[in-house]
Design a protein around this ligand. Structure first.
Ligand code: FPP
Ligand code: MG
Length: 335
């Protein structure tokens, strides 16, 4: 099955979708697509068939999201923990992903028509080289599309992502690109695989498990979390609507918490900059008192130079990541 499904909602679904669209619609929805194997057991089918049905459900869900004007979706397709499953299952999932990313390339024109940008979040080095290349080609060929975004988390866990972000910042300090005092929550967010996306507004997990399983831990602190008992291959348009209604009911309090957090972040950064400037002035003036105007001017200069330094560092990281994908597209697989 293709990633982009054409096809309309039925009349009843359309009416309900329009009612929902009168309220706030999440701009970014994340899915933990859980329950494929239980579904396969329930239906007496092979485990791999359950995963294939899981992919088909993802394609269907993307069509619903498009109709509901949800421009960004992030899915947990393969966790680093999933490598601990039997070799047979891991191989099956790798093969399914390779087929689907290759299929995606064949659908390039359609993806361009709909403006779909595909990103893959995770440590691709953990994957077989042919899959890495299929992923890189899909990512590079849709990189400039900007109407809707699908982020596929593959060889991903949140703690690994955060640790990697900390390593990137340590590298930046080591290279003299940033100072240790530039490290902040905002900078860490920029070093995550998800740096190009706003945080999810809504996270949905299917299959009745009520936990995050190391998925987007940093990004979902102000998201509406919805846990549903339905198995992923049985997820329906109505399950999606139900989750959106829950989001709409909590929208105001989520927005308030987010605004408060933003304000706190601005204050924290100001305090951090002030502390750095105070230390600098003390050092330069050998401890002599400095008047308020000079202190203010020094603060402005310091903030300006910190922002420029941090922006340059972020650009270097982006370039490093883009080159990783571009280089993979150029490599040939020797088997
Ligand atoms: C969780 O169900 C599902 C997975 C670990 C795999 C999810 C993958 C897909 C839906 C295919 C997506 C593929 C691409 C290329 C995006 P489970 O296996 O944990 O099932 P269980 O909870 O019933 O044991
Ligand atoms: Mg599971």
């Amino acid at each position: 099955m293709s990633w982009i499904q054409e096809g309309e909602l039925n009349l009843f679904e359309k009416i309900f979708a329009n009612v929902l669209k009168a309220g706030p619609i999440p701009k970014h929805v994340a899915f933990i697509m859980d329950g494929n194997r239980r579904y396969a057991r329930k239906k007496n089918m092979e485990r791999q068939e359950g995963h294939m049905q899981g992919f088909n459900k993802l394609a269907e869900t993307l069509r619903w999201c498009k109709y509901l004007n949800i421009p960004e979706v992030t899915v947990y397709a393969f966790s680093i923990e999933n490598f601990k499953r039997t070799q047979d299952e891991v191989d099956g999932l790798m093969e399914l992903a390779k087929q689907k990313f290759e299929r995606l390339l064949e659908e390039r024109e359609n993806l361009e028509k709909h403006g779909v940008c595909i990103r893959v979040l995770g440590d691709l080095n953990m994957l077989p080289l042919d899959l890495q290349q299929a992923i890189a080609k899909a990512v590079v060929s849709t990189r400039t599309h900007n109407k809707c975004f699908l982020n596929v988390c593959f060889a991903y866990t949140s703690r690994y992502e955060i640790t990697n972000a900390v390593r990137e910042m340590a590298w930046g300090v080591e290279q003299g690109l940033i100072k240790a005092s530039d490290v902040s929550e905002a900078l860490l967010s920029e070093c995550l695989y998800s740096n190009n996306s706003p945080n999810p507004d809504l996270l949905i997990r299917t299959s009745g498990e009520v936990r995050l399983s190391d998925f987007l831990l940093w990004q979902t602190s102000h998201s509406c979390l919805v846990f549903q008992s339905v198995l992923w291959p049985e997820f329906s348009f109505w399950n999606l609507c139900d989750a959106i209604i829950q989001y709409q009911l909590s929208h105001k309090s989520i927005q308030k918490a987010r605004d408060l957090y933003q304000e706190e972040q601005v204050l924290q950064q100001l305090e951090a900059d002030r502390a750095c400037v105070a230390e600098l002035l003390q050092h330069q003036g050998n401890g002599k008192p400095v008047d308020a105007q000079r202190r203010q001017e020094a603060l402005q200069r310091y903030t300006f130079s910190r922002e420029a330094r941090v922006q340059d560092f972020i650009q270097t990281l982006k370039h490093k990541r883009n080159s990783f994908f571009t280089d993979l597209c150029r490599e040939t697989v020797f088997t």
